[in-house]
Design a protein around this ligand. Structure first.
Ligand code: CP3
Length: 340
């Protein structure tokens, strides 16, 4: 039995004394304890070693005190399992060897058994749950098909992913083939994570907002819908960053328990656009964690007042930035715990 299940209660729509809080990318580069491990092991070694996964996942749990842990891993372990070599280059980010540049190359991608190919993630989940010893729930995750496709075609991060978009406009059948294949693999992968012990899963569609509403309907919506419907045994949270225009559709037409939203959306708009009863997660501007601590505390209180304490999970509107002082991150979490 979990000692603190506020996060799961909020996902189930149950009434709570205060909302739960965690931060996207909470196990990362703003933590000096993480930076020490970063010096010792390269990035994918950190992802593939269950003992390190458990240790890193628990760093923010012990140092900051959120109500949920998110597994230390990366969305790019899926393209890696499909056969791509990926390097995490300091100052650049992920760089993919031999990105997809032709229809023939796209149609040659074969699915894998994700539970098997990513067995090290399942071991990491079991090791992490042991270390957490029922203190708080563990969140599993995957990148959304569209966001993974962006990297697999572009080959690296980009402001506009125009190479990936150009490919999809020129070769819609190849795009559909890849997005469907990725959807199958992601569903498999998330179901394996649930079986291994995660309590909920979040799907990161970090580059959804690069698409207009019509392209979102083509390249994101059908696949996010399928994932939300075909993951069994745990609530699904969808984060379509930047796709404010799709909130209404996502709330009514998918099976998501919650929608995570970025900071460009007001709480009032998000509530009005989405069906009553769905849980919302977000949406503090990550840069606002650089504000003085008393300002952070005041803004967090106001944010909860505006979203309402129920059907709500306090979070950032995107990942925490590397230059955030640890005491500011802690103040964010403490402000939620002091609410009400
Ligand atoms: O939330 C957590 O603390 C769990 C771990 C986590 C990582 N990546 C660890 C990581 C999660 C949930 C992710 C998801 C992820 N990875 C996303 C979706 C969320 C988002 O931010 O939009 C994306 C787009 C990626 C791809 C990725 N991984 C990029 C673009 C980069 C380089 C930029 C950066 O953030 O440093 C990474 C590397 C990465 N993933 C790091 C960490 C802690 C930093 C590199 C390192 O530690 O050596």
């Amino acid at each position: 039995m979990l000692k603190n299940d506020l996060y799961l209660k909020a996902l189930a729509g149950e009434s709570v004394s205060r909302p739960p809080v965690w931060m996207m990318r909470q196990a990362g580069r703003y933590l000096p304890s993480y930076l020490k491990l970063q010096e010792k092991y390269d990035f994918f070694t950190r992802c593939e070693t269950p003992g390190l996964v458990a240790e890193i996942t628990c760093l923010p749990v012990d140092e900051i005190g959120p109500d949920a842990a998110i597994l230390f891993s990366d969305i790019l372990v899926v393209p890696r399992a499909l056969g791509w070599e990926i390097e995490m280059k300091p100052g650049i980010g992920p760089v993919i060897d031999n990105p997809i540049a032709s229809v023939a190359q796209a149609m040659a991608v074969n699915p894998v058994d994700a539970g098997e190919a990513l067995g090290y993630v399942m071991e990491g989940i079991r090791a992490t749950n042991e270390r957490l010893s029922e203190r708080i729930p563990l969140i599993g995750f995957a990148g959304a098909p569209w966001t993974l496709l962006c990297y697999m075609i572009e080959g690296r991060g980009s402001k506009d992913f125009s190479t990936a978009k150009a490919f999809c406009y020129a070769h819609p059948e190849a795009a559909e083939y890849l997005l469907s294949l990725l959807t199958d693999v992601i569903i498999d992968y998330l179901n394996a994570q649930v079986k291994a012990g995660v309590h909920a899963v979040q799907v990161f569609d970090s580059w959804a907002g690069l698409l207009g509403p019509d392209d979102f309907n083509t390249f994101c919506m059908p696949y996010l819908k399928r994932i939300s419907e075909e993951v069994d045994g745990a609530p699904v949270v969808l984060f379509a960053k930047g796709a404010w225009y799709a909130l209404e559709r996502l709330s009514w037409r998918t099976n998501a328990a919650a929608l995570s939203i970025d900071w460009t959306i007001s709480p009032e708009y998000a509530r009005k656009a989405t069906r009553a009863g769905i849980t919302l997660q977000g949406n503090y501007d990550p840069s606002r964690l650089l504000a003085p601590i008393p300002v952070i505390r005041e803004q967090v209180k106001r944010m909860i007042d505006r979203f309402g304490k129920d059907h709500y999970i306090v979070n950032l509107g995107h990942g925490i930035l590397p230059n955030i002082p640890v005491d500011h991150a802690r103040a964010f979490v403490d402000a939620v715990k002091d609410y009400g």
